[in-house]
Design a protein around this ligand. Structure first.
Ligand SMILES: Nc1nc2c(c(=O)[nH]1)N[C@H]1C(S)=C(S)[C@@H](COP(=O)(O)OP(=O)(O)OC[C@H]3O[C@@H](n4cnc5c(=O)[nH]c(N)nc54)[C@H](O)[C@@H]3O)O[C@H]1N2
Ligand SMILES: Nc1nc2c(c(=O)[nH]1)N[C@H]1C(S)=C(S)[C@@H](COP(=O)(O)OP(=O)(O)OC[C@H]3O[C@@H](n4cnc5c(=O)[nH]c(N)nc54)[C@H](O)[C@@H]3O)O[C@H]1N2
Ligand code: SF4
Ligand SMILES: [Mo]
Length: 915
């Protein structure tokens, strides 16, 4: 195999084959050699030989780049023959996938050559917007498109009563960050619509417990994993291909997997035990496990004393932690040697349990309070809520406690560390609910009880600390600092590795909301989802709704609740411009559409950032910088996002341009000597070169990547993976005193500003609480819950347009249908294949075909994520495919929001009827 740099200018471009796009590739796959021939020996002529293979492995070039068929960004090799992409494989030289890609990755070729792609800017001529309106697109020049966008957005931001906003998400993660920065520089826009109703609350609790915004079981070393609402490492989640191989190997080695999921998705299918719980009841199951662990003393006392605030003394009247009276306000523990309370960092032999007299008042330790709190939350209590068997819950808890090996240590690279090979992992099934913060916390708290956080085999951050990407250049490095009043670990932000402190914001922040995301009222939130509620009711929140929107690589009209309801939100806006590969659902409400080059035709800078969603760590996964470069010429010269945002900011004026490049240089940690010229339009290759040279070294610039296979790695050290190696300082919160601090401050602020707000969930220890539709409603016909799950062949809403993936979906006979338990179906007189109507308590309905499946909770109906019933005829393959269960939800009701982390409650009751 030849691995070469992309040198498109030097490569002859097979216009004939390339122009025939889809047809050209289909023909190639069937055996017609691309026109122009190849420089290596072609297969002999003749039908038989041609059917076997059109091009041989050694023909053309294998160009290293990065996949973007989902945001995992695995490293790929693109086989390009005479300018035509003929195959995509994984890049074995990169730990990001290790040579493996998934079905979606292999099907990327069909995105590149999709004849439905747009490649020219378009302007709407029909002023009426709607799912059934033809926008009447006409082509316009790039000049007109850029200038209209810049001038319209700038004028809007200077006009009283107008507000510019942006939207983007996971389909282009870097482009999304650039989008937000560019809009800020073009017109000072700060509002943003966000969709990721997946990690709300989860990333926060992971950050509190590991100092890293994304965490995972230490797959290399763990022996027992409990998953709540996730299929991490079997079908989904971040770092999918980096996880699935080692997870599969560990399961072969005997790792036990228990999946709590109302649906037997791939995670549950691969599990030893499937716990089919009622949706929205996870916290109850998790608290019951904690109850059994405490009852049976599967508690890591040493860990709780040394690494948490479980010893903090709690005031019985207020629930607040006793603090020193000086400015430091340090939390106080009971010093058993001195027989008096002392600041946490001065208390010798602090008491974990007990009640202590301080100035005539009886203070309990936080752990003592917790024991009383958890005592009634027995498996029998949880059984009623979850529909699970109490004995089965108890058995899992005991097995898990046993597997945790509490008290044991092991040695990694000569460093002795606690060994806790058991972990609880969670994701979107838990967070798409009311009280998501409490559920997330209830589940992950199990990792705290057993001392699993940041221990070998336990629950660790994806990339919690970094000393730099060479031995002697710390430029790329990061490590969380300490919040001194409690000794807690602060955290590093999800992608940039920049220091951040939730605690500082809570204790010292200004709670006055500045925008519709209501971020200041939610200092624990990382998600601006309140925008969706405030946009529809600005009077209630005293905010300005977005009137002018620029969206990039997303489908906001479909990502949040009922599509027709959302259509009204976007119809009201004055101006919408979008940037996408396709005329998706959102384009039906847009005034201008600009295309982008596909990932196979464009550059991206540092796709793995400093640490993030996409690079799960552990000792076996080094820091990896894998190149993202074009592998073929962009069709019709379509620009990538780096050009698009560079151009918009350049046209916006000198100040905007300098601000944009300067901010990018800061974000990517460019050193002074490599600083790009702020007066010129951004040059993407110069910029990428500067990023590499600053963060690695002079030798490893872009040319090095081009000439050396496109992948740079640097081994992780033990202190980068296990943050407490070598006795590094830092605790994690067992008792969340800061919730009570927030409660006081939020209540004072909303009273002052007259904003209706919920504050009941600000409690210092986790509880289970039901969503509004959890219990039966008056009309008993509404007796089912719709849920949805991801499968490995689909990504959100756009991959259904891919003919290969669509074929997989059609063939499996499930993906485009509504799954239902046979017993429930029988009771309702429904059979497999029946067409049904599902109606929610909100009055919204969806239709579809039923398929029976034993692998679903009897109270649930389910469908696959990524089949959102596309309404745009311009996506001819995706059009009308699948069932959009999210459309059953009302999206503008504040009572459906978790008011602490902005999670969106998707639990709704529905009735199902035959059509
Ligand atoms: N109904 C429903 N809603 C959901 C979900 C769900 O499963 N169902 N999932 C939720 C979750 S967890 C998430 S993260 C969000 C995701 O929501 P979005 O981020 O909006 O994801 P998609 O709907 O797939 O939209 C991605 C868009 O990006 C375009 N695209 C793909 N690649 C490129 C590219 O290289 N450049 C450009 N410019 N465009 C590109 C696609 O054509 C598509 O129109 O949705 C959330 N909302
Ligand atoms: N193949 C693929 N991989 C992806 C993506 C993709 O679209 N395709 N998207 C990426 C993105 S944006 C995200 S957010 C992640 C999502 O990653 P995950 O969260 O791991 O994937 P989901 O399928 O959404 O998992 C949710 C599971 O929760 C279950 N569930 C629903 N309600 C409940 C509940 O109340 N309790 C419990 N315990 N379970 C419940 C569903 O049946 C489903 O199996 O994956 C990422 N990776
Ligand atoms: S997991 Fe995502 S990034 Fe990796 S090969 Fe599959 S689609 Fe591409
Ligand atoms: Mo997501």
């Amino acid at each position: 195999m030849k691995v070469k740099e992309a040198s498109i200018s030097r490569r002859s471009f097979a216009i004939g084959a390339g122009a025939a796009v889809g047809a050209g590739v289909a023909a190639t796959a069937l055996g017609c050699a691309p026109s122009g021939g190849s420089d290596k020996g072609s297969e002999p002529a003749g039908a038989d030989a041609q059917v076997k293979s059109a091009v041989s492995h050694d023909d053309g070039e294998w160009i290293p780049s990065t996949c973007n068929m989902c945001f995992n960004n695995c490293s790929i090799l693109a086989h390009v023959v005479d300018g035509t992409l003929v195959e995509i494989t994984g890049n074995p030289d990169s730990p990001i996938g290790g040579g493996r890609i998934c079905a979606k990755g292999a099907a990327g070729i069909m995105q590149l050559y999709d004849p439905n792609r747009i490649t020219k800017p378009l302007k709407r001529t029909n002023p009426n917007k709607g799912f059934d309106e033809d926008p009447g697109w006409v082509e316009i020049s790039w000049d007109e498109a850029y200038d209209t966008i810049v001038s319209t957005l700038q004028a809007a931001s200077a006009t009283e009563g107008k507000c510019v906003g942006g939207a983007s998400m996971v389909a282009g993660l870097n482009g999304s960050v650039w989008r937000s920065l560019a809009l800020g520089c073009v017109c000072g826009a700060s509002e943003g619509l966000l969709s990721d109703i997946c990690g709300a609350g989860i990333h926060v609790v992971e950050a509190l417990f590991t100092s890293n915004g994304n965490a995972m079981p230490d797959y290399d070393n763990t022996n027992y994993v409990i998953q709540f609402g996730t299929q991490a490492g079997t079908a989904t989640r971040h770092g999918f291909t980096m996880t699935c191989e080692r997870f599969a190997q560990r399961r072969r080695d005997g790792l036990k997997l228990v999946s709590f999921d109302p649906h037997m998705s791939a995670g549950a299918e691969q599990a030893d035990i499937w716990m089919a719980l009622r949706p929205g009841s996870d916290a109850a199951a998790a608290l019951a496990i904690a109850n059994v662990l405490v009852e049976n003393d599967f508690i890591d006392r040493e860990f709780l004393v040394k690494r948490t605030n479980a010893c903090a003394l709690v005031d019985p009247d207020t629930g607040r932690v006793l603090r020193t009276s000086d400015e430091a306000m340090k939390s106080m523990y009971w010093d058993q040697k001195a027989g008096e309370p002392k600041a946490y960092d001065e208390a010798g032999d602090p008491a974990l349990e007990g009640t202590f007299d301080v100035d005539g008042k009886q203070y309990k330790t936080a752990f003592e309070v917790y024991k009383e709190h958890i005592a009634p939350m027995t498996p029998e209590w949880a059984a009623d809520i979850t529909t699970l068997d109490a004995d089965a819950l108890r058995k899992i808890a005991l097995e898990f406690g046993e597997a945790a090996c509490i008290g044991q240590t092991t040695t990694v690279d000569g460093v002795e560390l606690p060994y806790r090979p058991a972990a609880v992992d969670i994701f979107s099934g838990v967070s798409r609910h009311k009280h998501a913060i409490l559920s997330t916390w209830s589940c992950l708290m199990i990792n705290v009880l057993i001392g699993g956080c940041n221990s070998v085999g336990g629950f660790i951050g994806f990339g919690p600390a970094c000393n730099g990407w060479t031995d002697d250049n710390p430029q790329a490095g990061f490590r969380a600092t300490i919040f001194e009043p409690d000794g807690f670990l602060n955290n590093t932000s999800l992608m940039l590795g920049a220091p951040h402190s939730f605690y500082d914001t809570i204790y010292n922040g200004d709670y006055t909301p500045q925008g519709m995301g209501m971020a200041a009222l939610q200092p624990l939130s990382e998600d601006g989802h309140f925008v969706h509620v405030a946009q529809s009711d600005p009077d209630r929140y005293h905010t300005k709704p977005i009137t002018h929107l620029f969206w990039y690589a997303c489908n906001p009209i479909k990502w949040w609740a009922n599509a027709d309801e959302q259509a009204e939100v976007y119809k009201k806006m004055d101006f919408i411009a979008g940037c996408d590969l396709f005329l998706n659902d959102m384009s039906l409400f847009s005034d201008i559409m600009i295309p982008e080059a596909t990932y196979l035709e464009r550059w991206d800078v540092l796709p793995q950032w400093y640490m993030n969603h996409r690079m799960p760590g552990g000792m076996t996964k080094p820091w990896t910088l894998a190149m993202w470069q074009p592998v073929v010429e962009p069709k019709d010269g379509v620009p990538g996002f780096m050009d698009i945002y560079g151009e918009l900011c350049y046209r916006a004026g000198e100040q905007s341009n300098a601000a944009f490049i300067g901010a990018l240089a800061g974000m990517y940690r460019i050193k002074e000597e490599y600083m790009p010229d702020l007066t010129q339009k951004l040059d993407k290759e110069v910029f990428i070169d500067a990023v590499y040279k600053s963060n690695i070294d002079e030798e490893h610039g872009l040319d090095w990547f081009k000439e050396n296979g496109g992948v740079y790695t640097h081994d992780r050290t033990v202190d980068e993976v296990y943050i407490w190696a070598n006795d590094a300082p830092g605790r994690i919160p067992f008792y969340w005193d800061f919730m009570l601090e927030m409660k006081d401050k939020v209540e004072a602020k909303v009273a002052e500003l007259d904003i209706p707000w919920e504050t009941d969930d600000y409690i210092p220890l986790p509880e289970w609480r039901p969503g509004s539709d959890f219990y039966p409603v008056e009309d008993a016909a509404f007796d089912m819950f719709p849920i949805y799950y991801t499968n490995a062949a689909n990504t959100d809403s756009w991959t259904v347009e891919n003919p290969w993936l669509n074929e997989v979906n059609e063939d499996d006979g499930v993906t485009y249908c509504i799954e239902m338990n046979p017993a429930t179906a029988k009771a309702k007189g429904i059979e497999s294949g029946d067409e049904v109507v599902i109606t929610s308590t909100a009055g919204y309905s969806v239709e579809g075909k039923v398929v029976l499946n034993e692998g679903i909770h009897p109270e649930c109906l389910s469908s696959v994520v990524g089949t959102w019933d596309c309404k745009s005829k311009a996506m001819s393959i995706a059009f009308g495919k699948g069932v959009n269960l999210v459309s059953l939800l009302p999206g503008t009701k504040a009572e459906r929001m978790d008011h602490i982390v902005s999670a969106f409650d998707q639990l709704i009751r529905v009735k199902i009827e035959k059509k």
